[in-house]
Design a protein around this ligand. Structure first.
Ligand code: HAM
Length: 421
């Protein structure tokens, strides 16, 4: 029972879980770098106006969820609620404004003052990518294919991808008109927030999570047909490319997403382990107005929620064996424990993860340690083995064991672990 718990919606992460985080992070680095993405680390706080202007003043995030504070000079700062705006600010100092493509990925904490629940934290962590500077349907498709590759790599191939288009800004008035006609008729049955949204930003209604509103939203007109032929063609090109690439998806004609910077393609991923209401990742194409700029910068990207990826993996019991020790050395006499320590250091220098017992504990207790470590092999040395210049190598998965001479031991372990890694 925690007696000194961290603030609600935050968590301490101990080694068991941290090793899972490292696995996800290194899988992301590996997959994204194959697609030409490099890492970008931006500050955890930014000037508040960056998010107000970038994400849209009518969004839930900006209106209700930001951690905003004044610094000692009286300037308004905000803990980043998402990564895209900061990445765009950083990239605006490069030649991206001249249309040169930049591919970056990032990972780290984000902050939103939401009601904490399973998979919903106030400090949560995203792994995200942004492809900035250019606009083309194939870039959107490539980005989605990469997200799929990442999810496959971490064992979440069952994630469902839903996509839609938001068209371009010029398309919106015609679609808004149809939506307004429809929602005006039903607004009496909808929540207070939706009443305000009807006047201020009708698209936000489509993102309302209230149950009563959801039923009405489900009957809203599909607005794609009111978009321009160019926007519809853009969407068709993205879908054709996804079909060719074998990236499975479902079109959800009312998906808008919670941030206002999106144009054209928008998407979300859910996983059966967490249910359809909880997205494990989301993203799309966007245009972002940076402070001081009157021309928006285009990009496409996504962010996955690390806590949610982990919940999905846990539900599937996908734990990451790569982090387990390869061998566990059992020593039953002071001399064998010293010999084991020397062997462990040689094996570690050669790149293997090794665990061992350095204290005087019973054979049973040491074997328990070997089991707990998840090691594939235990090396057992007692007084008898030491006298004969051998060690017993036990395969922990099938229980079989063989004797190996001290001189052969290092090479034997290297060979066996290389085969089973
Ligand atoms: P978002 O949909 O707001 O998009 O967040 C992306 C992901 O972050 C969500 O799908 C979810 O997995 C995770 N997430 C969001 N809020 C929480 C929370 N309170 N607790 C735990 N996980 C959470 C963005 O942030 C955009 N910047 C994505 C993007 C990148 N679009 C284009 N480029």
């Amino acid at each position: 029972m925690a007696t000194y718990a961290p603030p609600p919606g935050t968590a301490d992460i101990f080694e068991d879980e941290a090793s899972e985080w490292r696995f996800l992070e290194s899988a992301a680095r590996e997959v994204f770098s194959r697609y030409g993405y490099g890492e970008l680390r931006t500050p955890v706080f930014e000037y508040t106006e960056l998010f107000q202007r970038g994400l849209g003043g009518e969004t839930e995030v900006v209106q209700k969820e930001m951690y905003t504070f004044a610094d000692r000079g009286g300037r308004s700062l905000t803990l980043r609620p998402e990564g895209t705006a900061g990445v765009m600010r950083a990239l605006s100092n490069t030649d991206v404004l001249n249309g040169v493509e930049q591919r970056v990925y990032y990972m780290g904490p984000m902050f939103r003052g939401e009601r904490p629940a399973a998979g919903r934290r106030r400090q949560f962590h995203q792994i995200g990518v942004e492809n900035v500077g250019r606009c083309a349907p194939l870039l959107d498709a490539e980005c989605l294919a990469m997200l799929r590759a990442f999810l496959n790599r971490i064992g979440l191939a069952d994630a469902e991808l839903v996509i839609n288009t938001r068209g371009v800004r010029e398309d919106r008035p015609a679609a808004e008109k149809v939506l307004r006609e429809y929602f005006s008729k039903h607004i009496g049955e909808m929540c207070d927030d939706c009443r305000t949204r009807l006047e201020r930003n009708i698209w936000r209604i489509l993102d309302c999570k209230q149950e009563a509103c959801g039923k009405i939203i489900a009957g809203a007109p599909e607005y794609l047909e009111y978009f321009s032929p160019e926007s519809r063609e853009y969407f068709s090109s993205v879908r054709r490319a996804l079909d060719t690439l074998g990236v499975a998806y479902r079109v959800e004609p009312r998906l808008v997403r919670g941030l206002d910077y999106y144009v054209h393609t928008v998407f979300e991923l859910t996983h059966p382990a967490l249910g359809a209401q909880t997205a494990i990742a989301g993203g799309g194409r966007y245009e972002l107005f940076l402070p001081g700029q009157n021309r928006p910068v285009p990009g496409v990207g996504f962010a996955a929620g690390v806590e949610r990826l982990l919940l999905a993996r846990q539900a599937l019991e996908k734990t990451n064996n790569a982090e387990n020790a390869a061998v566990y050395l059992v020593g039953l006499t002071p001399e064998t424990r010293i010999a084991n320590l020397a062997l462990a250091n040689r094996l570690r220098e050669s790149g293997l993860k090794v665990a061992l017992e350095l204290e005087d504990r019973s054979f049973k207790a040491q074997l328990r340690g070997a089991n707990k470590s998840g090691a594939r092999f235990a090396v057992i040395r007692g007084g008898d083995e030491a006298a004969r210049g051998v060690a017993v190598v036990k395969n922990m998965s099938d229980g079989s064991q063989i004797e190996i001479s001290d001189g052969q031991l290092f090479e034997h372990i290297r060979r066996e672990t290389a085969q089973t890694r």
